[in-house]
Design a protein around this ligand. Structure first.
Ligand code: MN
Ligand code: MN
Length: 463
């Protein structure tokens, strides 16, 4: 064969991973920067699932979505949101086509790993006041000591009054932290395996050291309770009906001399939640019925009334079907879902845990995980060839830069997403999201370009 023919044939036969910088235009660069700005704002105001729901509702309302409560009326062409107990959010657009063609669902989660306060958190020891924590989700404990932490959450008093708490985000606010040993005295600790050097019970949040004037015992704790009472009207008993959590304090930041990346807490999974939300908001007159789900509790197994295992998704699809004149079983069977969650980005510092050919490479676009799981594809949705083919076509037509990946090397570990819980409802589902470095760390890293490709992919799906 001639040299040119061989070249052409090779281009046709071989798979080549695309890199966003190969095709990037000046015009797109501006769009990427602007989109990233909106996303960084979302990161700053939505560090917990509750805050994400508040911000999500705000964005939806501004764009003409109306509140829907179960049992309410839904009309074709209408735009609605269901606020599930302030902890998870369903936005949907009732399509103009036959609802039995199915619903297009983007499902992300808005809870992130963090340190929740225990029910009886406060104690005093040797002149310091502390709050005991119980970690939420898969954290590496050593990463959470000696970093600035903020307190976020809600406290409900016995009278049913709820007070919202955010301390540590404003520049004038105090922050909190968990202390660690100095290296000079850390010889024994340094010998321990990484996962055991810090214990769950050792993650106590330092909150004060000044005693209440005139008090004779529990003087510092006394002072802390007095400060909290003055500011929020709460007492120690109210911690039992509170959801307070310590999260990394501070704002999302551009990362790198070229500002091509974003370093922040909670990319997992806001980096998918935000584009899922903007996809449904920005869609113009899609004939399809669309749904965006921002779920809670993904990091601890998707259980409970705000998790993706809750039957609310089935109930809501039933309500939509009934209102639009369709059989809900048929609607679910014909629905399609992108389970929008992050993927482990290939990290050149740790090549040993990746198999590069099947890894998510930063700046190579949005990532599809046909399956996740671990131990021989256990505990995962595994999307069918046909469904992946269908999604490929949507991305091809929209010019999305995308790649497929597994979650690291076989048997290096593993993980899951909400995909299987949605697929279990007879809905075709595949995982799609952005590659993250240092996933679950107090500061995770993503690429603005990959974020933008996720935005393009999810928007194309919602067309
Ligand atoms: Mn996730
Ligand atoms: Mn996660």
């Amino acid at each position: 064969m001639k040299k040119n023919d061989l070249k052409e044939l090779k281009e046709k036969l071989f798979y080549k991973k695309e890199n966003v910088f190969d095709t990037r235009t000046k015009k797109e660069e501006k769009q990427i920067t602007d989109y990233a700005k909106g996303y960084m704002h979302f990161l700053d105001v939505a560090k917990t699932e509750r805050e994400a729901v508040v911000e999500g509702v705000k964005m939806l309302k501004e764009n003409g979505f109306e509140e829907y409560v179960l049992g309410g009326k839904i009309v074709a062409g209408g735009k609605y949101y269901l606020n599930n107990r302030g902890k998870s959010l369903f936005a949907f657009v009732a399509g103009t086509e036959n609802v039995e063609n199915g619903i297009r669902i983007c499902a992300a989660h808005v809870d992130s790993p963090r340190l929740d306060l225990k029910q009886h958190p406060m104690f005093e020891s040797e002149g310091f006041a502390y709050l005991k924590t119980h970690y939420y989700g898969g954290i590496r404990k050593y990463q959470w000591v000696t970093i600035p932490l903020a307190l976020h959450g809600v406290v409900t008093t016995v009278d049913g009054e709820s007070v919202e708490v955010v301390i540590g985000e404003d520049e004038c606010d105090p922050i909190f932290c968990i202390t660690d040993l100095l290296p000079h005295l850390g010889r024994e600790q340094s010998q321990k395996p990484l996962g055991t050097a810090h214990t769950g019970e050792g993650l106590n949040l330092l909150i004060g050291s000044q005693p209440l004037e005139g008090a004779t015992e529990d003087k510092v704790k006394f002072n802390m309770l007095k400060i909290l009472n003055e500011k929020y009207g709460i007492t120690e008993s109210d911690f039992v009906s509170a959801e307070l959590t310590a999260v990394p304090a501070g704002k999302a930041r551009e990362l790198g001399l070229d500002r091509s990346m974003i370093g922040a807490y909670g990319h997992d999974d806001r980096v998918c939640a935000y584009p899922s939300l903007t996809a449904i908001i920005e869609n113009k007159n899609s004939e399809h019925t669309l749904m965006c789900i921002l779920a809670d509790k993904e990091e601890i197994g998707s259980e409970g009334v705000s998790g993706m295992k809750c039957r609310l998704i089935v109930d809501l699809i039933e309500e939509i079907s009934k209102n639009l004149g369709g059989n809900p079983n048929v609607v679910r069977a014909n629905s399609m879902c992108l389970s929008a969650d992050v993927s482990a980005g290939y990290d050149p510092n740790y090549p040993e845990v990746f198999e590069k050919r099947n890894s998510a490479i930063i700046n190579c676009g949005v990532v599809m995980n046909k399956y996740t799981g671990g131990g021989g594809k256990s505990s995962t949705n595994d999307a069918s060839a046909e469904y992946v083919g269908q999604i490929r076509k949507i991305f091809k037509d929209a010019g999305v830069v995308w790649q497929t990946a597994e979650l690291g090397r076989i048997d290096a570990g593993g993980g899951g997403t909400v995909a299987m819980y949605i697929a279990n409802q007879n809905i075709n589902t595949v995982d799609l999201g952005v590659a993250v470095l240092s996933m679950h760390a107090p500061m995770e890293v993503i690429s603005k370009n990959d974020l933008y490709e996720a935005h393009k992919a999810l928007s194309a799906f919602c067309k």
